[in-house]
Design a protein around this ligand. Structure first.
Ligand SMILES: Cc1cc2nc3c(=O)[nH]c(=O)nc-3n(C[C@H](O)[C@H](O)[C@H](O)COP(=O)(O)O)c2cc1C
Length: 213
């Protein structure tokens, strides 16, 4: 086995201080997201979604952030997938952005809810033809015998919708994670990283606390 115990990077960021922080985490997220894009972080909207099943077992997978605002963070998926069944049973989820090239991570916890059908439809309509068909083809998370099952179904659907609009599948749409906490983490030298945790206070105000690395 190769020895990976000595693999380590020294982080040399400018650090993060409280006076640089926006008063609310959505604005802070917007600033960091723009910086991740400018820095060429690959797929900066790829985020890990953690859900918990009925046995208390956590699961994780990557999904793409497609919108965000003060109401929350939106992604799209198959409503009959494993993750969706887990979220139907337990609305508490967590999101995580690993922006390693910037020595940054953002970790979010919150409640998830489905977006409206009209919001899903609007986004679905903006997807390329192939992605629309992909949503129809895949019974996400189900066991299948081979890849050819998918390819045959795709061919059928290409024929079927050749001249028409691809409708929004009833089993496909968005979820919105309403944040309860958002942590911004900036790697620093000698493992003295900066961590700031936003959480909802008693009212609508956000409290910001510095955490030890
Ligand atoms: C970069 C990347 C982006 C992905 N984006 C999505 C997405 O937006 N929605 C989605 O349902 N699956 C997406 N996937 C696939 C998921 O990671 C996952 O395999 C799939 O949703 C099934 O998860 P589940 O069986 O836990 O429900 C993406 C995978 C990768 C690697």
């Amino acid at each position: 086995m190769p020895d990976i115990g000595q693999l380590r990077e020294e982080y040399i960021g400018d650090g993060l201080s409280r006076d640089q922080l926006a008063p609310d985490p959505i604005e802070q997220f917007r600033r960091w997201f723009a910086q991740a894009q400018d820095a060429g972080v690959p797929e900066p909207n790829a985020m890990t979604l953690a859900t918990v099943d009925s046995h208390g077992q956590p699961w994780q997978r990557i999904v793409l952030l497609k919108a965000y605002d003060e109401k929350g963070f939106v992604f799209y998926t198959n409503y009959e997938s494993s993750k969706s069944k887990q979220m139907d049973g337990n609305h508490l989820v967590s999101l995580h952005f690993p922006w390693i090239p910037l020595s940054r991570q953002i970790a979010i916890t919150g409640n998830v809810e489905k977006v409206s059908a009209s919001e899903s439809l609007k986004y679905f309509a903006s997807r390329p033809f192939g992605s629309k068909l992909g949503a129809w083809v895949s019974q996400q998370s189900q066991v299948i015998s081979s890849r050819s099952v998918l390819e045959m179904k795709l061919q059928e659907l290409k024929e079927k919708f050749r001249n028409g609009e691809v409708p929004l599948p009833s089993f496909w749409g968005g979820y919105r994670v309403q944040p309860k906490t958002v942590e911004f983490w900036q790697g620093g030298s000698n493992r003295l990283h900066d961590r700031f945790l936003y959480s909802r206070g008693s009212g609508e105000e956000w409290e910001i606390k510095r955490l030890s690395p």
